[in-house]
Design a protein around this ligand. Structure first.
Ligand SMILES: [Zn+2]
Length: 128
């Protein structure tokens, strides 16, 4: 199994998770039903997803909004081809770590350093 296959699998997981959060929040809205019907068309899905996101984001719980933002950031890094590379040392983050922590932007070593450096900062900072 190549790394790009693994990354694709993580992308699918993130997209599914994103959809789950939005789906859970959109409730019985018609837009959602339409979206589900179109789910097999990836291009439509992407546009509809962002519309749906704009539309429901304000009603999301803070924790859900935060997760969506992390997912979006991870998907953006995938689009830029830098997902899975440590932002500090530039080396590839092991796939096992990414599977456990798909939002990780640092290798384990740098994440530990980063946490030590930022200890005492805002408690809300998730450990990456
Ligand atoms: Zn690193």
């Amino acid at each position: 199994m190549s790394r790009s296959n693994d990354l694709n699998r993580i992308r699918e997981l993130l997209q599914r998770r994103r959809r789950e959060i939005l789906t859970a929040n959109a409730g019985a809205h018609r837009e959602l039903t339409a979206l589900k019907d179109q789910e097999r068309d990836p291009e439509y899905e992407e546009n509809a997803q962002s519309e749906l996101a704009d539309y429901t984001l304000s009603s999301l719980l803070e924790s859900q909004r935060r997760e969506i933002m992390l997912i979006d950031a991870a998907l953006r890094r995938m689009d830029m081809g830098v997902f899975g590379d440590c932002v500090d040392c530039g080396f590839e983050i092991p796939i096992e770590r990414l599977e456990a922590l798909p939002f990780a932007i640092r290798c384990e070593e740098d994440a530990t350093l980063h946490e030590l450096e930022t200890r005492g900062g805002p408690a809300a900072t998730p450990s990456m």
